[in-house]
Design a protein around this ligand. Structure first.
Ligand code: FES
Length: 171
């Protein structure tokens, strides 16, 4: 008697009941292996989703801001890193100059990254860590900060203000 793995004289496998059951078992085994193997291969071989964060985030309505009065605006930015999606809180110092002219500064001092604030009495941004001062345009008044404040990319849609990524300033 021939087994399932032995072909007959015509080159075919036997078609008796035992052969049929073996064929079913082998087919199921193949299907299970594919069911497990294909997702594993996709996971191992395809690169993860690339790192990405929201390009533009709506942060304010310019109609709500007072011209010439810097305001710290806190907002959330979503970040996709591989399979992980996170949301982080950040802020910007927004200075509205007119209905269509606005700048937004990154919230870290360009010396060593401390958080600075607007000093209404001195009419300048003051960093408490080492006393750097910046004017309302972000320029250094007093060091040790080596360069102006970094700025966000900005986009206006009507009166809606959108912030993009931070652009490093030049010394
Ligand atoms: S970190 Fe701002 S002056 Fe040093």
């Amino acid at each position: 008697m021939k087994t399932m793995t032995e072909k007959d004289e015509l080159g075919s496998y036997p078609t008796d009941r035992r052969g049929f059951h073996l064929a079913v078992i082998y087919s199921l085994g193949t299907l299970i292996a594919m069911g497990l193997g294909v997702p594993a291969a996709v996971y191992l071989l395809l690169p993860p989703k690339s790192r990405r964060e929201d390009q533009w985030v709506e942060v304010a309505d310019l109609k709500q801001l007072e011209a010439g009065s810097p305001e710290e605006i806190v907002f959330r930015r979503h970040r996709v890193d591989g399979w992980k999606v996170s949301s982080e809180k950040t802020s910007a110092w927004v200075v509205k100059k007119s209905a269509t002219d606005v700048v937004a500064f990154a919230p870290q001092c360009t010396h060593l990254g401390c958080a600075y604030r607007w000093d209404e009495n001195r009419k300048s941004f003051l960093c408490p860590c080492h006393n750097s001062n910046f004017d309302i345009n972000g320029n250094v008044l007093n060091g040790p900060a080596p360069r102006p404040l970094d700025r966000y990319q900005i986009k206006l849609e009507g009166s809606k203000l959108f912030l993009g990524t931070v652009q490093k300033s030049e010394a």
